[in-house]
Design a protein around this ligand. Structure first.
Ligand code: F6R
Length: 616
C-alpha cells in the first residue's frame, strides 16, 4: 500500500502546487509513511522535485521556503515493499533520461524478468519494482519519434504481472498525466479549476465531490482541457462523475466506520499481496526470496523455532501445524517474553523465525538477538519494511499487508499464516513433497481470497449474532487441531477491543477443568469444521449443550447436522484442513468487532494498548 496524488490545473494556468500535493499526501499518510516525494512540471516543461525519507513532515521541512510553481504535479507517500526505506527508493521514479516520471502503488511481480528481458542496458538507481516500470515505458516511448506516453504505458502494462495504481508524466508531453489501475485503487476528482487523481477520495474532498472510481484495466488521460478514460486496447470508455457523500475521515477509511473493519474487509486482497510472485503453480513450488538461504542450506535445517507475541504468536502456533504436516519440520512455538529469560536450548541446524507485524516489539527483538547468540540462524516475518526486527534479522520475509492502523491485528495475522504456508511448501518441496501435492496446495491457496470474500459477505449475519450476545460478560472459544490457535485468537480479539472476558482453548482441555464454568451465562464459540477432528469436536459441543451452554458454531457450509446443536451458526466455505484457519478466523474478527461497536468501545484505539509494544 502507498498513497498517490496527482493534480493538473484546468486551462493551463500555473501556481504553487506543493501545498496542494502535500495536503493530499497528508490525507493518504495512513496508506504508507516511510518516505514521500513529489514532482511538479512548470509551463516551460521543466521538472521541480523533492524527496524525503520519513513522514510527510520531513518532506515539508525540506520544501520550506521553496515554491513549486507549475501546471501539474504528482506525489507519493511510500509503504516500502521492494527495497529499503531510502531516498533513492522513494517515489517519484524516473527512466534513464529523467524525463518520464512515475508514481506507483502496488507490486510488479515480474519486475526481475522484465529487467532481464528488456532493460539490460538501462541505468537503475533504486531497488524498487516501480523503477522497472518507468524504464519499460521508456523502452516503448523511444522506439518511435512519435511521443505517445499513453500508448507506451499500455504496451508496458501488457507485459506486467502484478498490481498497480500509476500516475506518470513525460517532459516531452508536459500537459498530461496518464494514470492506470489494476488492483490498486485510483479515484479521479473533477473540480472547477483542476482535475485530480488519488488513491482514495479523501484528498479530493477539499477540491470537489465529483469523482469517478477507476476500474481495473482502465487508463485515464488528464489534460488541462478534459479527462478521457480508455481500456487496455486503447478504446475510449464513457464515464460520468458521481457525487460522493463522505466527509474526509470517512473517505480515508474507504467509507468504513473503523480501520479495523476496513482491514478485515481488505484481507482477500492483502492475502493476494502476500503471495505475489512467491508461488509457481505449474511446478507446485514456492520461493521466498528474502530467506537468503540456498536450497542446500534449507535442506540442512532440522528444526524451526517460532518466537512472537499476541496475535503473531497465534499465527506461529498455526504455523507449527502447517510446518509439521506439510514440511515434516519439527517446530516449537514460544512467547517471546519468556524465551530469553529461561535457558533456551538451541539445537544445531535450528532456524528461528521471529514474527512481528510492527517489527518493533521489544520482547521479540530481544528473543531474536538471544537465539542468534545461541547459534541459531534467524529470520523475520515482518510487515513494516525497514523496521528494527527486519533489519536485525538480516534475512526475512515481508508479509505485504500494508499499514495496519487498527490496534487489533487482523490482516497482518492472515498474511503471517500465508507466509508460513508458503515457507512450508518451499521446504516440503525441497525434501519429500511430490509435485502433485505441491500443485494441489497452491490451487487451494489461490482459492482462499474468494472464500474469505464469501465470509465477509456475511458481515450482517455476524453483526446480528453479536447483537444477541452483546450483554454477556464471559465467553469461551474452542477449536481442535490447527483451529485450536484460532480459538486463542478469537478470544484475544474479543477481550482486547470489547473488554469482555474471553478464554480460548483447545476443546479437548474443556473436560480438564474449564467445563465447570459452563452454564447459560457463558456462551461458547466453537469451530466445528468438517475436518479430521470433526467427530471429536461434535462430542465436545454435545457436552457443552448438555450443560446448557449457549453455542455459536463456525461450521462448514452445507453441514445441517451440526446446526441442530447450535444456538447460532456461521457457515464458511470448505477448504483444506491446513488452510482452514485463514477462513475460521474471519468470523471471529467480525464478531469481536461488532461486539465492541455494540458495547460502545473505541474499536481502533482500545484502552491500555498500543500498536507497537517497544517495552518489555
Ligand atoms: C492483537 C495484537 C497484539 C500483537 C502483539 C505483537 O490484536 O495486535 O497481540 O499481535 O503485540 O505485535 P507485533 O506483531 O507488532 O510484534
Amino acid at each position: 500500500m502507498c498513497g498517490i496524488i496527482g493534480y493538473i490545473i484546468k486551462e493551463g494556468g500555473e501556481k504553487n502546487l506543493a501545498p496542494i500535493l502535500i495536503n493530499g499526501l497528508r490525507r493518504l499518510e495512513y496508506r504508507g509513511y516511510d518516505s514521500a516525494g513529489l514532482s511538479v512540471i512548470n509551463a516551460k516543461g521543466e521538472v521541480l522535485k523533492e524527496k524525503s525519507v520519513g513522514k510527510i513532515d520531513s518532506l515539508v521541512e525540506k520544501l520550506k521556503d521553496q515554491e513549486f510553481i507549475g501546471t501539474l504535479g504528482i506525489a507519493h507517500t511510500r509503504w516500502a515493499t521492494h527495497g529499503g526505506v531510502t531516498e533513492s527508493n522513494t517515489h517519484p521514479h524516473t527512466d534513464c533520461s529523467g524525463r518520464i516520471i512515475l508514481v506507483h502503488n502496488g507490486i510488479i511481480e515480474n519486475y526481475r524478468d522484465l529487467r532481464e528481458k528488456f532493460l539490460k542496458d538501462h541505468n537503475f538507481v533504486s531497488e524498487t519494482d516501480t523503477e522497472v516500470l518507468a524504464h519499460l515505458i521508456e523502452y516503448f516511448y523511444t522506439q518511435t519519434n512519435k511521443k505517445d506516453l499513453r500508448g507506451s504505458l499500455i504496451k508496458a502494462l501488457q507485459l506486467v504481472v502484478g498490481t498497480y495504481g500509476i500516475a506518470v508524466v513525460s517532459l516531452d508531453e508536459p500537459n498530461k498525466i496518464i494514470c492506470a489501475r489494476k488492483g490498486s485503487p485510483l479515484v479521479l476528482g473533477v473540480a472547477d479549476d483542476a482535475f485530480l487523481i488519488a488513491s482514495d477520495a479523501s484528498p479530493l474532498l477539499p477540491h470537489t465531490k465529483k469523482v469517478i472510481y477507476l476500474e481495473d484495466g482502465e487508463i485515464l488521460e488528464l489534460t488541462p482541457k478534459d479527462f478521457q478514460i480508455f481500456n487496455l486496447k486503447d478504446e475510449k470508455i464513457a464515464r460520468t462523475p458521481e457525487e460522493i457523500e463522505w466527509n474526509e475521515e470517512q473517505a480515508q477509511k474507504g467509507g468504513f466506520p473503523h480501520f479495523m473493519l476496513k482491514e478485515i474487509f481488505e484481507q482477500p486482497n492483502t492475502f493476494k499481496d502476500a503471495l505475489a510472485g512467491r508461488l509457481v503453480p505449474n511446478d507446485g513450488v514456492a520461493h521466498l526470496g528474502g530467506l537468503r538461504l540456498t536450497d542446500e542450506e534449507l535442506r540442512q535445517i532440522k528444526k524451526i523455532k517460532i518466537i512472537a507475541c499476541g496475535s503473531a504468536f497465534h499465527a506461529g502456533l498455526v504455523g507449527k501445524y502447517i510446518l509439521e504436516h506439510v514440511a515434516w519440520m519439527p517446530t516449537d512455538v514460544e512467547v517471546a517474553s519468556e524465551f530469553r529469560y529461561r535457558d533456551p536450548v538451541v539445537e544445531d541446524n535450528t532456524l528461528t523465525i521471529c514474527i512481528s507485524q510492527s517489527g518493533e516489539t521489544a520482547d521479540t527483538l530481544g528473543a531474536l538477538i538471544e537465539a542468534r547468540r545461541k547459534g541459531s540462524k534467524v529470520m523475520g516475518i515482518v510487515n513494516v519494511v525497514g523496521s528494527t526486527i527486519a533489519r536485525e534479522a538480516g534475512r526475512g520475509v515481508y508479509i505485504h499487508a500494508g499499514p495496519e492502523l487498527s490496534v487489533a491485528s487482523t490482516k497482518a495475522f492472515t498474511n503471517q499464516v500465508a507466509i508460513l504456508m508458503v515457507l512450508a511448501l518451499q521446504l516440503g518441496r525441497l525434501t519429500h513433497l511430490p509435485l502433485a501435492t505441491g500443485k494441489l496446495i497452491i490451487k487451494s491457496i489461490l482459492e482462499i481470497p474468494a472464500k474469505m470474500q464469501e465470509i465477509i459477505k456475511q458481515n450482517e449475519v455476524i453483526k446480528n449474532i453479536a447483537e444477541k450476545y452483546k450483554a454477556y460478560e464471559d465467553f469461551y472459544f474452542i477449536g481442535r487441531g490447527i483451529n485450536a490457535p484460532i480459538a486463542l485468537e478469537g478470544a484475544l480479539k474479543l477481550k482486547e477491543i470489547s473488554y469482555v472476558h474471553a478464554e480460548g482453548m483447545p476443546s479437548g482441555e474443556l473436560k480438564h477443568g474449564p467445563i465447570a464454568l459452563i452454564d447459560d451465562k457463558c456462551p461458547v464459540m466453537a469451530i466445528v469444521t468438517k475436518d479430521s477432528l470433526y467427530e471429536k469436536m461434535v462430542s465436545n459441543v454435545e457436552e457443552i449443550k448438555a450443560r446448557h451452554g449457549k453455542l455459536i458454531l463456525i461450521a462448514t457450509e452445507g453441514d445441517e447436522d451440526v446446526k441442530k446443536l447450535s444456538d447460532d451458526i456461521i457457515y464458511i466455505p470448505k477448504t483444506s484442513e491446513m488452510l482452514s484457519p485463514l477462513l475460521t478466523v474471519v468470523p471471529m474478527q467480525l464478531f469481536a468487532y461488532h461486539m465492541a461497536v455494540l458495547r460502545g468501545k473505541d474499536v481502533d484505539r482500545p484502552r491500555n494498548l498500543a500498536k507497537s509494544v517497544t517495552v518489555e
